[in-house]
Design a protein around this ligand. Structure first.
Ligand code: KIV
Length: 280
């Protein structure tokens, strides 16, 4: 497929053609996602949970993210690649945001994503001025879970819904090239999408967004922890892997694996000479 760029995403929005978006954290998964024709890949800070085993995204650092981004870009050279700015890689100062965003861009990202509403407008403006395209992330912003009082849907009353609608516009005006909406009612996402001049992506935000995003481990059943209400499981790959591992163990214990076809043959005369030299 031709390289997906911001123009591809804008064209899809203009034509009303939904955009597909998944996370990936490694080379083999990136290959499979590109093969499936997925348009956008996020190397998400959800790596904290699904790759590194932490209970939140907060311990994730730039140094943990960079090797993942490098591997995903090698596996999927043609997708629109987004690097997710980890906790405290952009909040302390605009210069931190530019320096860390620049590290993602130098690894071949097409954009970076950061969490937050209007309070991030100045940071986004400065990053865009420094040639770093930014995907804004509003609604449920997991890095602020403590402040939000947990992992709860956002914008469910008139006041907070209006604040989200305004935030999306403010961030677009600050230069965000797309907006991701997490865990917000479909009605709110529909209004934001209709008013936005840039593509919107929803995760738990209903069907009206320009694109849909899911965490790959959640949607293929590779993560054994509780998943959010908005996740649809398209496969149970984890069960399939356990099945294969159990079968491997059974065959090894029974000395059924490796079979003849998995072994390297040796000329019979050499084998006989070895037997003679090293008798049992
Ligand atoms: O890190 C992540 O996986 C995310 C999701 C919203 C896609 O930010």
């Amino acid at each position: 497929m031709p390289k997906v760029t911001i123009h591809t995403l804008r064209e899809k929005k203009a034509k009303g053609e939904p955009i597909t978006y998944l996370t990936a954290y490694d080379y083999p998964t990136a290959i499979l996602e590109q093969k499936a024709g997925i348009d956008v890949i996020l190397v998400g800070d959800s790596a904290g949970m699904v790759v590194y085993g932490y209970s939140s995204t907060l311990p994730v650092t730039m140094d943990l993210m960079i090797p993942l981004v490098r591997a995903v870009r090698l596996g999927a050279p043609d997708v629109y690649l987004v690097g997710d700015m980890p906790y405290m890689s952009y909040q302390p100062s605009i210069s931190d945001a530019i320096r860390n965003g620049g590290r993602f861009m130098a690894e071949g990202c097409d954009a970076v994503k950061l969490e937050g509403g209007r309070e991030m407008a100045a940071t986004i403006r400065a990053m865009v001025d420094a040639t770093i395209p930014v995907m804004a992330h509003i609604g449920l912003t997991p890095q602020a879970a403590a402040q939000l009082g947990g992992f709860k849907a956002q914008g469910r009353d008139l006041e907070t819904a209006q604040r989200l609608i305004e935030d999306a516009k403010i961030l677009e005006e600050a230069g965000a090239s797309s907006v991701l909406l997490e865990a917000v009612p479909a009605e709110v996402a529909k209004i934001i999408t209709r008013r936005a001049g840039v593509p919107t992506f929803g995760i738990g935000a209903g069907v009206h967004c320009d694109g849909q995003v899911l965490v790959i481990h959640d949607m293929i059943g590779m993560f054994d922890k509780k998943v959010a209400k908005f996740v649809k499981k398209y496969a149970e790959v984890g069960d399939k892997i356990v099945e294969a591992l159990t079968e491997f163990k059974k065959e090894v214990l029974a000395r059924e694996f490796p079979a003849k076809e998995h072994c390297y043959p040796m000329p019979p005369d050499v084998a006989a000479e070895l037997e003679r030299l090293y008798p049992e």
